[in-house]
Design a protein around this ligand. Structure first.
Ligand SMILES: [Zn+2]
Length: 234
């Protein structure tokens, strides 16, 4: 089983791309291995079938250079933080052994995103306990749990400059053709913006706040350790 450096947990296929494509592209271009683990197949979404969304997820992972994409096969709109779902994520963490775990922020209007956030907290901790379900693999706890805000704005701890990655990020999101505006009523779409526009508006906002064109917001508990001050000098 190939290990990864960073694992991105998504409630539904496309959530990770919308929020974190820039971070993934940065990691991949510096030679790091990235995995995406989706909780559900997004089968309850208003647009597209489960089969279409599966193909779209494979294409988006390829566009980002992601090494491995898995699905926990939890039910869309009914993601629960129970023993079974925690076990599924613990198994993935122990097999893929990431140093960084990226997961949704708990503050979100979509109950699946809230559940995925809580699932990440539990699995992150329990995966490191030697006596917790030893049949799921050798204990492993990622060094850091990083939250990405979803539908609800959250004040970030840090913002990642992705100004040079606008096109690549848009291309990854555009792999979700069934979720884009153009075919069908735009009223299905949150705030009447399609997912590429939504991501760009958000990233431009955090770019404007931090002094660059586009930035992705992230949240961590506690202080962030810097090895040098280079990135603060601009
Ligand atoms: Zn979602």
């Amino acid at each position: 089983m190939a290990h990864c450096d960073a694992l991105f947990l998504g409630p539904h296929p496309d959530d990770v791309e919308i929020a974190c494509s820039g971070a993934i592209l940065r990691l991949v271009s510096s030679g790091k291995k990235v995995a995406i683990v989706d909780c559900t197949g997004g089968e309850m979404g208003s647009r597209g079938t489960a089969a279409e969304r599966k193909q779209e997820a494979v294409a988006a992972a390829a566009a980002l250079g992601v090494t491995e994409r898995r699905n926990l096969d939890l039910p869309d709109t009914a993601v629960a933080v129970d023993e079974d779902s925690v076990r599924r994520l613990v198994r993935a963490l122990r097999e893929l052994r990431p140093q960084l775990l990226f997961a949704p922020h708990e503050k979100d209007v979509h109950p699946d995103h809230v559940a995925a956030a809580q699932l990440a907290s539990k699995a992150w901790f329990f995966a490191g306990l030697r006596r917790y379900e030893p049949d799921l693999g050798e204990p492993h706890r990622p060094r850091m749990l990083v939250r990405y805000p979803g539908n609800t704005p959250v004040e970030p701890t840090f913002a990642l400059d992705i100004s040079d990655l606008a096109e690549q990020k848009a291309a990854a999101i555009r792999c979700y053709r069934s979720q884009l505006a153009g075919d069908g009523p735009r009223t299905h779409l949150v705030q009447r913006l399609d997912i590429v526009e939504r991501a760009q508006v958000r990233d431009r906002f955090y770019g404007a706040r931090t002094g660059c064109a586009l930035a992705e917001p992230y949240v961590v508990d506690g202080p962030v350790l810097l090895r040098d001050l280079g990135s603060l000098l601009g």
